[in-house]
Write a protein that binds this ligand. Structure first.
Ligand code: SF4
Ligand code: SF4
Ligand code: SF4
Length: 289
């Protein structure tokens, strides 16, 4: 049996067990949709376990769906317990969400999978996988698969070189041209596990700082605002860039801030259960003072 088939078999068995024993109320994993493409799956019954799949098409960061499971389904009930499939990169999001008290650790059963990488839209290894140093999840209750034999290359930030080489005025022109292509569809925000405000500051019809227009100034504020809201919290999953219908290089913007935060504070989001140092003064235990 191939490694992939073995993982799928174990995954389905575990999902069946967790749902049968009522250890969790829902499993969030991956399935193959009717058009043959892999998509997120939400399983509630043991008989559904055989829908689960695993492979290089499992690109989505499923942790973003935990935000839909934070509240009880009925008044007076406990919030649901969730089993979730995570890749190593996605597991960093869990550390962020636990630190931000968005979800209790005890309500999540984490099925981590050792990862050989996923494919980008072009069928080639995704950009994030080429710089990935985490091939085993940082958070898990059950680990499936063996760490691959690849030697992860250290992150050399080479993807940022093209903007770093620009003079400030040239860089501003570059970003304004990119932001001008944005249609403010908010797909980048919706897919982001770090964007979970009930009412987004950039979509209020009485917004103090920015209105709903789609001229460059509004788009400029939206993108810089979102990037700063994610500063020290972005786990570099590249999901925002993947879903953008206009092909904006959002990872370039996010990773510019990731590099700055790491240089200033030695903080890389999700490597440990810790809040962003940009928003909080942290005590010796890593919690806000
Ligand atoms: S970034 Fe790393 S953990 Fe994430 S899909 Fe790529 S290889 Fe797997
Ligand atoms: S997904 Fe792309 S087009 Fe849509 S709001 Fe985000 S950057 Fe703009
Ligand atoms: S890469 Fe994009 S989607 Fe992922 S955490 Fe960062 S801002 Fe959010």
């Amino acid at each position: 049996m191939s490694v992939r088939r073995a993982i799928i078999h174990q995954l389905r068995e575990e999902a069946r067990r967790l749902l049968s024993e009522r250890r969790v109320d829902c499993i969030i994993g991956y399935e193959t949709g009717p058009r043959g493409r892999v998509r997120p799956a939400f399983l509630y019954e043991p008989a559904e376990a055989d829908r689960l799949v695993w492979g290089p098409e499992c690109v989505h960061n499923l942790t973003t769906y935990l935000h839909n499971k934070k509240k009880p389904r009925k008044r007076g009930e406990e919030p649901p317990r969730i089993g979730i499939v995570v890749k190593p990169c996605d597991s960093r999001t869990l550390n962020v969400l636990f630190a931000e008290r968005q979800i209790e650790r005890g309500r999540v059963y984490v099925i981590g999978i050792a990862c050989e990488g996923v494919m980008g839209r072009d069928g080639q290894p995704a950009a994030k996988c080429r710089r990935c140093t985490d091939r085993v999840p940082l958070v898990y209750d059950l680990l499936l698969g063996e760490p691959p034999a690849v030697e992860p290359a250290p992150d050399d930030w080479s993807d940022l070189e093209r903007v770093a080489a620009m003079a400030p005025a040239e860089r501003l022109t570059f970003w304004l041209r990119e932001f001008d292509r944005c249609i403010r569809c908010y797909a980048c925000r919706q897919v982001c596990p770090g964007c979970y405000c009930p009412t987004c500051a950039f979509e209020r019809d009485d917004g103090l700082w920015v209105d709903m227009g789609i001229e460059i100034p509004q788009k400029f504020v939206f993108h810089l605002g979102r990037a700063f809201h994610l500063a020290g919290r972005c786990v570099e999953c590249d999901e925002c860039e993947r879903v953008c219908p206009m092909g904006l290089p959002l990872s370039l913007l996010n990773r510019c801030l990731v590099r700055e935060i790491e240089a200033l504070y030695g903080h890389r989001a999700g490597r440990a259960e810790a809040l962003t140092p940009l928003l909080f003064e942290l005590g010796p235990e890593g919690s806000p003072i």
